[in-house]
Design a binder for this molecule. Sequence first.
Ligand SMILES: [Zn+2]
Length: 278
Amino acid sequence: MPELPEVTTVAKILNREIKNLTITDSMIFYTKLLKNVDITTFKAAVKNQKIVEVTNYAKYIAIKLEDWVLISHLRMEGKWMIEEANSYSYDQKHLEAQLALSNGKFARYYDTRKFGTLELYSVDTYKNSPSLVKLGPIPGQLGATSEYLYSKTKRSRKAIKTLLLDQTVVAGLGNIYVNEVLFATKMSPEEPANNLTLQDCKNLMKASKEILSKAIELGGTTIHTFKSSVEVEGNYQEHLKVHLRAGHPCFNCGFKIAKNFVNGRGTYYCPKCQILKK
Ligand SMILES: [Zn+2]
């Protein structure tokens, strides 16, 4: 599943490849991809619109047109590809949408799991869309202070890992990077949030910012089938300290990294370094 660094990489690549091109036509092959608009309205809206910019808000990709904004969420396996007319990177049965571009190429959206979504908003309303309006601050960006996080943790008895994965609390941390952040701060993933001190929140925000910015710099983490594009793969997997390392020695203490599940998510941690507070 792509997380913030991977989605940031995808948005950067798309921006480089399709910014300033015009959408000459569009095709939707999987109706349920569109969440808030029907196919006819969608096709009419995007036709002959210039692509002004592609960026991302946490894990939402925003393809900004002159009058409209397409909000794309890749969920588990969604992929945007820029391709020649007759060149398909994946089996065409997974092709859900394509935008024909003024340079003769196509921006194609493939999704083997069919969980990804595409929404259409006017440029005036997209920031108030249900998807974007609920997002919490992104570590390292405006509003993501330790005081803010502390105001959330002290009112919750959820496991800290579960709270950090809640995108309305903090946006941009997914399973991989939460595992890494909790290891870096030597905090048990199952620590009840209301046991955290302000200093703990300071440590969490600092580690989140550092780990996410390093991962973004390296283009994200390439694991399993996720690739941000055919040519580009992330390199952060070489820097993972705990994620996917069950049974291997902890880099701090040498004890074996363990794996369990917190709220259904695969959780890697060092049982010696990351102990519950008393
Ligand atoms: Zn350890």
